[in-house]
Design a protein around this ligand. Sequence first.
Ligand SMILES: C[S@@+](CC[C@H](N)C(=O)[O-])C[C@H]1O[C@@H](n2cnc3c(N)ncnc32)[C@H](O)[C@@H]1O
Length: 243
Amino acid sequence: MAENYDKMFPWSKRIQNRSEHNFFLILFKECKVKNVLDCACGTGYHIVMFSKLGIDVVGSDISGSTLKVAKKNLNREKIKAELFQSSWQELPKKITEMFDAVVCVGSSLPLLSNDKEIEKSLRGMYSTLSRSGILIIAQRNIDRMLRERPATSLTEPSPNNFLLYINKYHPDKITLNIFYINAENEDIKGSFYKRDLSLITKKKLEKILRKVGIKKYKIYGEYEFSRFFPIKSDSLIVVIEKL
Ligand SMILES: C[S@@+](CC[C@H](N)C(=O)[O-])C[C@H]1O[C@@H](n2cnc3c(N)ncnc32)[C@H](O)[C@@H]1O
C-alpha cells in the first residue's frame, strides 16, 4: 500500500483537518513535550506536522517500504528526522532515548490481530516514555462501526482518485476490502488491499490498559477534546500519562 498511500489519503486533504493539528499543539504545549516518537509513522505526515511545531521527532514503522516513502517525503519537506524500522513490541530494544510523547495514530493499533499482541505492543510503547510522558492512541470508533455496520463507502480523495471500501463483519474482526482506483488517465488503474481490524472497542482497550498496568488516561471522541460517545463519536482517542 506504501506506493499509493499518499494518493489514497492525500496530505492536502489531511491538512484541512485543523482540529488534529490544534489537538497536538495544545497537548504538547500543556505537557511541555520536547521530543516525540511517532511509532506508526507511515509515510511521515505527522512527523512533518510535529516538526513544524518545533518539536524533535523520530519516526518508526514496521514496514520498510513505507519508511522509504517517508524518507522521500521528509526530503521534499526539508525536514530532518531520524527514521528506523521497528515493531511496537521491539521498541524498547531499538530506541536509544526516552520520549516526552509517543504517538500511534491513524487507526494503526487495530491492525494487530489479537489481545496478547496489543498488550505487548502497548507495553513496548509505554516503556519508551520518559517520566510523565504521554502516549497518544487514535483510531476509528469501532463501537460505532459495530453498531452501524456500514457495508460500503465510496470517496474521491482527490480529483479522479477513488476509494471504495467493502466491509465484512466477523465475530473477532472487521475486514476492510479497499479498492483504490486511479482514473486520471484514459488507462484506468486499480489496486486492491485487504486489512483486518481487531475489534478494539473502548471497553476492550480499557481492559488491556488495566492488564498493562496503565492507570492514568483520558479518552476523547474527537480531536476537539470532546467526550467519547460509543454511538456518536468518529474516533477513539486515548491520552495515557506515564506515572
Ligand atoms: C493505517 S497506517 C497509519 C500511518 C500513519 N500513522 C498515518 O496516520 O498516516 C498504519 C501504520 O502502522 C504500521 N504498523 C502496523 N503494524 C505495526 C506494528 N506491529 N509495529 C509497528 N508499526 C506497525 C503500518 O506499517 C502502517 O504504516
